[in-house]
Design a protein around this ligand. Sequence first.
Ligand SMILES: [Mg+2]
Length: 301
Amino acid sequence: MAAVKLSKDIVRSFVNSFDTFLFDCDGVLWAGSKIINRAIETVNYLKESGKQIFYVTNNSTKTRSQYLEKLTKLGFNAEENEIATSGYLVASYLQSINFKQTAYLIGSKGFAEELENHGIKHTQIGPDVMTIEMQYYVNGKIEMEEDVGAVVIGFDEYLSYPKILKAANHLANPDCLFLASNADETFPMEIPLVVPGTGVMVRAVETASLRTAKVFGKPSVAMFEAISKKCKIDPKRTLMIGDRCNTDISFGKNCQLTTLLVLTGVTSLKQLEQYKNNEQPLLIPDFYTDSLGDLLDLLEQ
Ligand SMILES: [Mg+2]
């Protein structure tokens, strides 16, 4: 099975075989607050060489313009139309279907802003906590928001029982849409700490509502469809670079792209070996390397 380690001998023809590079961000360009060594130089070098660049992130906690600000501040030569976030995809989708009702939002400030940028009304974000005992809460008058036509889920550090309960009850209406930015289990961290991700929030509401969310982030092809609508992209000459096999690499495979795994984020070499042993082809990248900066290091050797 594939997963070829990038080497000096193949790197030049490897880079030449692509016109478009898709970068996951967290775990590829940075991990937590730490910038991956030479990641900035590598991306800028590819762009200066005339390659088409896209940043494709499942993170919905920032708007596209906030992402641009972050990338620019760090030194990436980026433009807003090169950025696709899962929150942006959900907001664009609701706009494209002319959604006029209110979205019940389990999400962050950045996601809320992205919805507003697309003219989508949403419920309030922030804490919604139990103030009385459960039996009184569920038998009392729960203040349900009105005119909700969609439940929208992104990362929400204030996820709570009342939020899950309200979302599930809105979803009892079969006409209510159920959309999620992504289903990532955890966040990549530079320290060994399990930090639960949006998938936890999606699963909680799915379980209570007995419904399945339409997920826009990777590995769904929605992200590729969105960027290929705007620019001409040949999947055969496109490389997807990511740190997580069950999102980034599966996404690349689902879109018929070539895939490169970097080992600076979620998936470890040990895990990759397990995927190979279990013969899980959707999780096995075509190529892998320790870190994104290797691309430039190997080209310079
Ligand atoms: Mg990542």
